[in-house]
Design a protein around this ligand. Sequence first.
Ligand code: FE2
Length: 236
Amino acid sequence: MRAELEIDACVVNGENAADGIGITPRLADQLLAVGADVITLGNHAFRRTEIGPYLDQSDRIVRPANTARTTPGRGLTVVPTANGRRLAVINVLGSLFLHPATSMFELVDELVEEARRATPLVLVDAHAEATSEKAALARWLDGRVTAVVGTHTHVQTSDACLLPRGTAFITDAGMTGPHDSVIGVEADLAIQRMRTGLPVRFATAQGGVRIEGALIECDPDSGRASSIEAVRVSVP
Ligand SMILES: [Fe+2]
C-alpha cells in the first residue's frame, strides 16, 4: 500500500499488537520493518513490561505524553519522511475510562509548539474512548497541526474531514485486524464474559481481516492538510 498510494510517512498504532494487548520489542521491530515509520501507543502501552527499555531507546515509538512522569519513553518524536521532510508525531490519551496522569489538554499546547519548532508536519494520535474528547482536541488544535487522528475504539468513524483552519481529522481510524469479532476478540468469549460477569481469557479472532486507517494529504511547506479519507481494505 505504501508503494501503491505513494505514502511518504506511515504511522501505526501498535498498542494491541501483542495478541490484542500491549506490544513487545520484537513486534515493534516487525511493524517498523514492514513499513511503519512511527508506532504510537495508548492505554495498553505498558502491558508488556519488556517494551520499557525499547521505549527509552527508540525514537520510532511514542507512548501517550500524559502518562505518569516515571513511565519510560516519550510522547513526541520527529522522524525523516520518504520525501526528505520531517514528521512530528504526538500521542495523547483521553480521560474517559483511560485515567491518564494529567489531562491531554494540560500539555498538548507545549508539545505542539515543540513539534512545530522542528517541522510544520505534525500528526497527533488522540487515543480516547469518548468521541467528544477527540473532536474537542481536533478543534482546539485546528490550524496548528496537520492532522488529529483518533484511535482506541477499534471502530472506524465516517466523519473524516478538513477543519476550517486546515487540520485533517477523523474521530477514529478503526482497527487493522479481524472484524469478525467483538472489536478483535473472539465473539463467543466476549459475550461469555459480559453474560456471566466472570473472568474469561480472551483470544484474538481470526476472520474478516481488514486494514483500516486514514490517508492524509498535505502541503509539505505549510503542513496544512488538503485531504483526508478513511482507508478500509479487506485482506483475503
Ligand atoms: Fe486503547
